[in-house]
Design a protein around this ligand. Structure first.
Ligand code: BTN
Length: 244
């Protein structure tokens, strides 16, 4: 028997069997006025999207969800919600497994990528976020291997319904924290789950590969790196870990 996921008070579930991308469906509903806490969930996606225009393989068995948020803030502040999402995913990892967040929005379990996060904001003429769609894909039943990543895949196990229920509760909790305590609370919780300062990392900036040591994340969410050429602040890129 399938148990329907229960969402936090005031949240609404839009459950679909198949959709192109839950992010696109959530954006469409947001444009029509859907409220914060509307969660679009699909059993499978035929056009799942990842970061940097990549495809996100989405057959039945893993979790594909997009949550509409209405944070009433500027575009740069809306970008903070990717870190909120990463902390929510980290919260649903079963005890006993090692969980790490990786800049900007990845979550690793026992060294493998367990989730992908795709925040997409609609910004008005005054630079304010009208809505944010927080797309989250979590490997529950199986772990696809991503050829472009240096990490293997990892999966949580359990049911997709249970994962969605826990994820929505965690997301609601971290959103409340973000609203009340601001990004500083999110940043310090995120840093506590990130790899140790000083670890060797590679960051892909377009075609450029920057090597350095992880030196934290600043108050705007930028990655701080100590490179042989001096400190660098990186606002957009992809942290790859160190291959060798
Ligand atoms: C990444 O590249 O790491 C981000 C992947 C995000 C995938 C999720 S699955 C639910 C939502 N709908 C999409 O089309 N993408 C996101």
């Amino acid at each position: 028997m399938t148990i329907a996921p229960v969402l936090p008070d005031g949240w609404r579930l839009v459950a679909l069997q198949t959709v192109g991308s839950t992010n696109d469906e959530a954006a469409r509903l947001a444009e029509e006025g859907a409220a914060e806490g509307t969660v679009v969930w699909a059993r499978e996606q035929t056009g799942g999207r990842g970061r940097r225009g990549r495809h996100w393989a989405s057959p039945v068995g893993n979790l594909y969800s997009s949550t509409i948020l209405r944070p009433a803030c500027s575009a740069p502040r809306a970008a903070e919600l990717g870190f909120v999402a990463a902390l929510a995913v980290a919260d649903i990892v079963p005890e006993g497994r090692e969980v790490r967040v990786k800049w900007p929005n990845d979550v690793l379990v026992d060294g493998g990528k367990v989730a992908g996060i795709l925040p997409e904001s609609s910004i008005d003429q005054d630079g304010r976020a009208e809505h944010v769609v927080l797309g989250i894909g979590v490997n529950v039943g199986f772990a696809p291997q991503l050829p472009e990543m240096r990490y293997p895949g990892a999966a949580l196990g359990g049911t997709v319904e249970a994962a969605l229920e826990k994820l929505a509760a965690a997301l609601a909790g971290w959103m409340t924290r973000w609203r009340h305590d601001g990004f500083e609370a999110i940043r310090s919780a995120w840093l506590a789950k990130a790899g140790p300062l000083g670890m060797d990392v590679d960051v892909k900036l377009g075609e450029e590969l920057v090597r350095g040591r992880f030196a934290g994340m600043d108050r705007d969410g930028a990655l701080l790196l100590d490179t042989p050429a001096g400190p660098r602040k990186i606002v957009a890129g992809e942290l790859l870990g160190r291959a060798a």
